[in-house]
Design a protein around this ligand. Structure first.
Ligand SMILES: Cc1cc2nc3c(=O)[nH]c(=O)nc-3n(C[C@H](O)[C@H](O)[C@H](O)COP(=O)(O)OP(=O)(O)OC[C@H]3O[C@@H](n4cnc5c(N)ncnc54)[C@H](O)[C@@H]3O)c2cc1C
Length: 314
């Protein structure tokens, strides 16, 4: 069976690997330059590395436990801590070279094409067709096959399918991510991360050196959804400067060597769908964290579930 997976984030790569293992002919396409989607890592001017999307992951299900045990054995991930302000006993895992490294690892033995921005998905000749225009370093083209799995955030998936195709109504919160390289230690307390619930600007502050991802000092800060929404349209230089001022208490008086802003329009699905994937029509499926739960593990479980559905439908 020829299957196209749109999206090389955790859900797409998990689905693709499972379908490849079952003997299907699978192609993954993604509009980004690198695999990972919201598992994204940036290298700053002084060589600091920092996760700008997902910061760590937790493990609740037996399926994800088995995967994480393999990654631990391979030395790809390590346990960071068991809680932030207070320890709750549940391990928080990080990818030692940064989250994007896990995505790269998952592309092994899978046909993955980056810089492919799909613009339509439609039923044709008893199968499915996807098309994409040239641009952003890629050439235009199309794919035709038996089944398609779309792991883009649901509003983007709906746009690919066009009007008249019913998809679940999933609302997402936005987040602004500020990544800052410093010339000295940050003021983020041990173990190097704080989840903030009543700060007017920030929901998360993390020290990438403390969590073992960067050799030098670098901090990642995420805004609340309210700040992201109210300041979304501001131009980058002014917004970065305002965010840096707001970040000052966490920077420990160290000088800022580099600062990067990223706007996550579809950061977190507010209320995930009731099932782990959605069948749009025979052979076309939506998957991702909107279905499996709003975290790395949820994306993994959704990718696994949709792959098993496609394989068993044969
Ligand atoms: C700021 C932030 C912090 C987070 N923190 C955590 C955390 O600490 N712990 C945790 O467990 N989770 C966290 N998450 C959530 C976690 O990152 C996601 O749940 C998970 O990575 C989603 O994976 P996914 O495969 O469903 O989607 P994505 O990773 O979004 O993958 C979808 C892919 O589809 C591609 N795509 C979209 N449209 C098209 C198109 N038209 N053509 C081609 N490709 C397309 C995108 O480029 C993307 O790569 C965080 C998320 C954000 C944004």
């Amino acid at each position: 069976m020829r299957i196209l997976v749109i999206g090389s984030g955790m859900a797409g790569l998990t689905a693709a690997r499972r379908l490849c293992a079952a003997g299907h002919e699978v192609t993954v396409v993604d509009k980004g330059r690198r695999p990972g989607g919201r598992m994204a890592t940036v290298t700053l001017d002084d060589g600091a590395r920092a996760d700008k999307g997902a910061q760590f992951f937790t493990v609740r299900s037996p399926e994800f436990t088995a995967a994480v045990e393999g990654w631990l054995e391979d030395g790809l991930v390590h346990e960071w801590c068991r809680g932030f302000t207070t320890a709750d006993g549940h391990p928080r895992y990080v990818v030692t070279e940064g989250m994007a490294d896990l995505a790269m690892y998952l592309t092994d033995d899978v046909d993955v094409c980056q810089s492919v921005h799909v613009d339509t998905v439609r039923a044709v000749d008893g199968g499915w067709e996807a098309t994409w225009p040239a641009g952003h370093g890629g050439v235009g083209g199309s794919w035709h096959g038996d089944a398609v799995v779309i792991t883009a955030p649901v509003p983007q998936a709906a746009a690919l399918l066009g009007p008249g195709i019913a998809v679940p109504d999933i609302v997402y919160e936005a987040t602004l991510s500020l990544v800052v390289a410093l010339d000295g230690p940050s003021a983020v307390p041990d173990p190097g991360g704080v989840q903030l619930t009543d700060d007017p600007v920030w929901s998360w502050v993390g020290d990438n050196q403390a969590k073992g991802v960067s050799l030098v000092d670098a901090v990642t800060l995420h805004t609340t959804a309210e700040v992201a929404t109210s300041r979304w349209d501001e131009e980058t230089a002014g917004l970065t400067s305002w965010l840096l001022d707001s970040a000052a208490p966490w920077l420990g008086g160290s000088a800022v060597l580099d600062a990067r802003l990223h706007r996550w329009r579809y950061a977190t699905p507010v209320e995930p769908y009731a099932t782990r994937f959605f069948e749009v029509a025979p052979g076309a499926y939506l998957a991702g964290d909107a279905f499996g739960g709003p975290r790395v593990e949820g994306a993994y479980l959704s990718g696994l579930a949709v792959a098993e559905r496609i394989d068993s439908a044969l």
